[in-house]
Write a protein that binds this ligand. Structure first.
Ligand code: RB5
Length: 143
């Protein structure tokens, strides 16, 4: 199950992402928002982060205007690794190296065609089991 969250700046791009997930038959839970009316991105970042930490969802996709505010908020939660990506190389690398559990994108940054490829890359790339990467990811949450 994939948790989805966006603000008004990410709403339109999220509709493209949803169309892609529907086409692929992938299950998701949409935590909103539900239109281009102005809302506060932390609300949706927190809902998606909590859905992942509770194990209701395995991964998440967050979109705001830049992807910055929504990823900063999600990354306040221990155990959340939200990666802001505007290219497929980063989306692949952050799954392989960081075991990122949330993909963040900017609805005012990437176009729909690229965004869908980034989503596809993120969802279809496994975490590398190399010990160095596992140790580094573990170290993220250590004091
Ligand atoms: C909303 O105008 C915008 O600030 C928000 O979508 C996001 O870009 C914040 O980081």
């Amino acid at each position: 199950m994939i948790a989805l969250g966006c603000d008004h700046g990410g709403y339109e791009l999220m509709q493209e992402v949803i169309a892609y997930l529907d086409e692929k038959g992938l299950e998701y839970k949409n935590f909103g928002c539900g239109s281009t009316d102005a809302v506060d991105y932390p609300i949706y970042a927190k809902k998606v982060a909590k859905a992942i930490l509770s194990k209701e969802c395995e991964k998440g996709i967050l979109i705001c205007g830049t992807g910055i505010g929504i990823s900063i908020t999600a990354n306040r939660f221990k155990g959340i690794r939200a990666a802001l990506c505007s290219d497929c190389f980063s989306a692949e690398a952050t799954r392989q190296h960081n075991d990122a559990n949330i993909l963040a994108m900017g609805g005012r940054v990437v176009g729909p065609g690229l965004a869908v490829k980034i989503v596809d890359t993120f969802l279809n790339t496994e975490f590398s089991n190399a010990e160095r990467h596992m140790n580094r990811v573990k170290a993220i949450d250590e004091e």
